[in-house]
Design a protein around this ligand. Sequence first.
Ligand code: KG4
Ligand code: ZN
Length: 334
Amino acid sequence: MSTIILAIESSCDETSAAIIKDGKILNNIIATQSVHENYGGVVPELASRAHQQNIVPVITNALRNANIHKSALSAVAFTQGPGLLGALLVGSSFAKAMALALGIPLITVNHMQAHILAHFIDDPKPRFPFLCLTVSGGHTQIVLVEDFLKMQVIGEAKDDAVGEAFDKTAKLLGLPYPGGPLIDKYAHDGNPNAFDFPETEMSGLDYSFSGIKTAILYFLREQEKNNDHFIEENLNDLCASIQATLIKMLLQKLKKAAKETGIKEIAIAGGVSANTGLRNALQIEAKKRNWNIYIPKFEYCTDNAAMIAMTAHFKFLAGEFSDQRTSPNPRMSL
Ligand code: KG4
Ligand code: ZN
């Protein structure tokens, strides 16, 4: 008999559902919330309300699209954390109700683990042990992955995540949320060496990204004293320089981690792994250092339920189920 799992993701601002059948992703339905664009960041209350509106159509769509009746489901999986509590509650409540009504097992999924296991959706798949640089709006981590469900964080951002650094500096440039993809877009036509921004040094394999945001704030204030149109006249160069600085910082610690562990299987994951500058820079490093690199499809970089479904598949095989007493964990760690 086939194993069919419905997975639900609702940790931040995407409501998503996916179906996995015997380890193969059948679909990945995503409803993106545009309501946050004008607020410079995700507004938790608005995110919860949008999840409430989207969750039924998204799940109905996923089942219909895969031509699966709910009675055929073997388990229901949901993102337990980390994320926004109100947002997580929508997915977890729905999943729990569904599992209860259908009398099937419930599987909780760690969102950060799922970003990494997205690499097992398509070929080529990384070989264990591998290093994964997970870069998202809430996290920046270097993870040593020993097995599907066995991984440890060996370095991480101690203040802002790199996605936050992208989004906050984009806001300083007057760009709407999320600014990361826009910085990427404008950087294409800019000079990465036009402006020099200081990189914050941290010990070991850890990162700090809050300093660069402040440095850019003061730099822009100073420039705008002499020229009101400084940002619009230099937008491409500013974006290219900011992006280059952030990528340099990311790769510096990743190179250090590869050297210290001797591991040459290197993956990137999370929303910021959609950044074309980072993807190109990683390819250049890979050639230089003989790394085998793994870069997810764009669809699996930012938040999606396919990665939750893939993780749920491994947990199903390992017999790791939860019961109705489970609840969301906004600060869940790996
Ligand atoms: O993984 P994700 O979708 O959500 C979280 O788990 O946080 O990551 C969202 C982050 C945002 O900060 C967004 O600006 C960033 O990923 N992002 C990008 C790009 N696409 C998404 N940052 C830089 N360049 C991109 N192309
Ligand atoms: Zn994410």
